[in-house]
Design a binder for this molecule. Structure first.
Ligand code: PLP
Length: 397
């Protein structure tokens, strides 16, 4: 049902973010309608029978498809350049469903080590419970990828730039190795957003998002999305999705649709601000290290520039003096909020070692380079100079 948006003219991104995928009801409403309904009515028992037999298209039940959710799915497919999309209740529901739907006991999964905490748990803890072998590779270690993908593999899961150290993975090279091993490549593209990186063009098969982040972008609702070929979505993903029920609420879909209207404006402004803040932080003697993909000091700047059209809205930096100094700085911030969300219009800072990456333990943190002085900053839409002044005064505390 949800792949049946009306034919639309070829338009560019800014236009698509406003109009793509719109479904107008017979009432001709101009804003996207919120179809807050769980079920749909049939004219007759005969019609219901024909709908269930797939002889006619008709909405059945909002766990399978819903018109407001379908508008979001169609719009996301258009801006990603994907054939099909399904929206999910959260980003984790998207990752879980995209990974689990095609796997069988005895399969092998290879993943990058620097994954979002819950994605790491799915690979390290959940999949082995179902007889799936999992292997982690350090993202930038191409020899490691070559070795891990020398054996038949069902699925590769990766994230670039990674959370929180903004490590860049070579999506083209890893996708080629994965395909040679028979794997499908799933990319968590949350940090890059669909504006700054197009994994499908770089060789990936499936892209997953937490729509909670930049797509809503205003800290209101949870949501997620899975994008891929029409065949994979319909034949592999849809049966799992329909029968396990990680569906997105129509209300949240409607909020995210409104968020998409300003996605380009927000991500462009927030990325510009993030780059200015990263450049400022590099000049501060209190800071040991700044990570931002387009900085000349980023060890993988060239790779980042070859697959991304901008550095994104996140900056990670290490304060001299470890946890104590990092906490002192966080507690002295006046504009930036301490929060583990990201991609919001409000600037948010978090201490990964004691929050988002607490559970992975000190050894794994050390492997990933997450020190006790590290702070991850999600740059919002406030005035750049105000943010720099806030960071500067907090550093002097
Ligand atoms: C937030 C996030 C997720 C999970 O999304 P939720 O909407 O919180 O479930 C997955 N991957 C990355 C990279 C994220 O930042």
């Amino acid at each position: 049902m949800s792949d049946s948006a009306p034919e639309q003219p070829q338009t560019r991104l800014a236009t698509d973010l406003i109009h793509a995928g719109r479904i107008r009801s017979s009432l001709d409403e101009n804003a996207e309608a919120l179809f807050l309904t769980s079920g749909f009515a049939y004219e007759s028992a005969d019609q219901a029978e024909a709908v269930f037999a797939n002889q006619i298209q008709h909405y059945q039940y909002s766990r399978f498809a819903n018109p407001t959710v379908a508008m979001l799915e169609n719009r996301l497919a258009r801006i990603e350049g994907a054939q099909a999309c399904r929206a999910t209740a959260t980003g984790m529901a998207a990752v879980h469903a995209a990974v689990m739907c095609g796997l069988r006991a005895g399969d092998r999964v290879v993943a990058s080590r620097a994954l979002f905490g819950s994605c790491h748990w799915i690979v390290s803890t959940l999949l082995p419970q179902f007889g799936i072998e999992t292997v982690f590779v350090d993202g930038a270690d191409m020899e490691g990828w070559r070795a891990a993908l020398a054996r038949p593999t069902a699925l590769v899961l990766l994230e670039s730039p990674s959370n929180p150290m903004l490590e860049i993975l070579d999506l083209r090279a890893i996708s080629a190795l994965a395909h040679a091993a028979g794997a499908i490549v799933v990319v968590d593209n949350v940090f890059a957003t669909p504006l700054l990186q197009k994994p499908l063009e770089l060789g990936a098969d499936v892209v997953v998002y937490s729509a909670t982040k930049h797509m809503d972008g205003q800290g209101r609702v949870l949501g997620g999305a899975v994008l891929g070929s029409k065949q994979w979505i319909e034949e592999v993903f849809q049966p799992f999705f329909r029968n396990t029920g990680p569906s997105l609420s129509p209300f949240n879909a409607w909020v995210i649709l409104k968020g998409l209207e300003t996605l380009q404006l927000r991500v462009t402004a927030q990325s510009k601000s993030a780059e200015a803040i990263a450049t400022f932080l590099e000049t501060s003697p209190e800071i040991a290290r700044v990570l931002y993909p387009t900085l000349h000091s980023h060890p993988q700047r060239e790779l980042a520039m070859s697959q991304m059209s901008g550095g994104g809205t996140l900056v990670t930096f290490e304060v001299q003096g470890g946890k104590e100094a990092a906490f002192r700085m966080l507690n002295a911030l006046r504009i930036v909020t301490i929060s583990n969300n990201l991609g919001d219009t409000k600037s948010l800072a978090t201490h990964p070692a004691t929050t988002t990456h607490m559970r992975i333990g000190p050894e794994e943190r050390a492997r990933l380079g997450i020190t006790d002085g590290c702070i991850r900053l999600s740059v919002g839409l406030e005035d750049t100079e105000d943010l720099i002044a806030d960071l500067a005064q907090a550093l002097l505390r």
